[in-house]
Design a protein around this ligand. Structure first.
Ligand code: AMP
Length: 281
């Protein structure tokens, strides 16, 4: 059965009131829509863990630092609702901008440290936008649990830090990245790739795997990184914002993966910014 689509906070509160009274576990899956199997894996995890599942769809203007990116972000609400029909979702929370940010809105949630690097450095204001909207989504939905993708690993760490620091009472779960058969991490922005660019896109993940293999063989990171960047350049990528080896808990930069680490990349292909990360054993 299709979940009710709720657009007003009063309706969301009315829906959650009996669940809260019954002490049920309420799982929230925050998304910006254009749902794909990556999002749906989070919904499945929420369904398996919680009594109630709320999927939110809100293209959050505050987390876009580039107006063109916001304007071109895919919006496919009807199809999204159809995709969710088989998951027994209890509510779809689809607020509009005025509902989320009324005219006098003046509060920002900001997480320091984890946001200094990578996405935080390259997209000024991005994580303030994320932390602010996610705080609102957690309190609006009365969530006990939230499900985030490791695809956006830094975001997952930031949200978990924020939920802990602010005593929001929400357990933040990180779920594995879902990939296409050729290795490309699923992303709503993949819809913006031309057919030709789409065939080139898996190269980013391939090169990250090559680096991980080299690291496992004891090779130093810097030359592996340089070689991968050169090959990406030759393959048609138009630059990388970063290609970093970092500790998986505090995102400290590493030369060798001497503690649990991940490789993180953001690279441009045909005007589309692809991001990915993988664990390095
Ligand atoms: P977005 O709609 O891009 O804001 O993403 C909503 C949630 O889906 C975030 O927690 C993302 O990390 C997660 N997500 C996006 N792509 C994937 C993927 N390929 N695998 C797993 N989770 C994903």
């Amino acid at each position: 059965m299709s979940a009710p689509i709720l657009r007003r906070l009063a309706d969301l509160r009315a829906a959650t009131r009996p669940w809260i009274r019954a002490g049920e576990r309420i799982g929230v899956v925050p998304t910006m829509g254009a749902l794909h199997d990556g999002h749906l894996s989070l919904v499945a995890a929420a369904r398996a863990t919680c009594d109630r599942v709320i999927v939110t769809i809100f293209v959050n203007p505050k987390q876009f630092n580039n107006p063109q990116d916001l304007a071109s972000y895919p919006r496919t609400e009807e199809e999204d609702a159809r995709k969710l029909a088989r998951f027994d979702v209890d509510a779809l929370w689809v607020p509009d901008g005025a509902q989320m940010y009324p005219p006098a809105f003046a509060t920002t949630v900001s997480v320091s440290g984890l946001t200094d690097v990578m996405e935080g450095a390259w997209r000024p204001g991005h994580f303030e936008g994320v932390a602010t909207v996610v705080t609102k989504l957690f309190t609006q939905t009365s969530a006990t649990d939230a499900f985030f993708g490791e695809k956006d690993y830094q975001q997952f760490l930031v949200v978990r830090r924020m939920a802990t620091d602010l005593d929001l009472g929400v357990t933040v779960h990180g779920c594995p990245t879902i990939r296409d058969i050729d290795g490309l991490a699923l992303s709503s922005r993949n819809l913006l790739l031309s057919d030709r660019a789409r065939t080139m896109a898996p190269r980013l993940h391939e090169e990250m795997e090559v680096i991980a293999l080299g690291l496992r063989a004891g090779k130093p990171f810097a030359p592996l990184r340089e070689a991968a960047l050169t090959r990406l350049d030759k393959a048609g990528f138009t630059g990388a914002d970063y290609l970093d080896l970092r500790a998986q808990d505090d995102l400290a930069a590493l030369d060798v993966p001497d503690r649990p680490a991940r490789l993180f990349a953001a690279a441009w292909l045909a005007g589309v910014r692809l991001i990915d990360n993988i664990a390095v054993e």
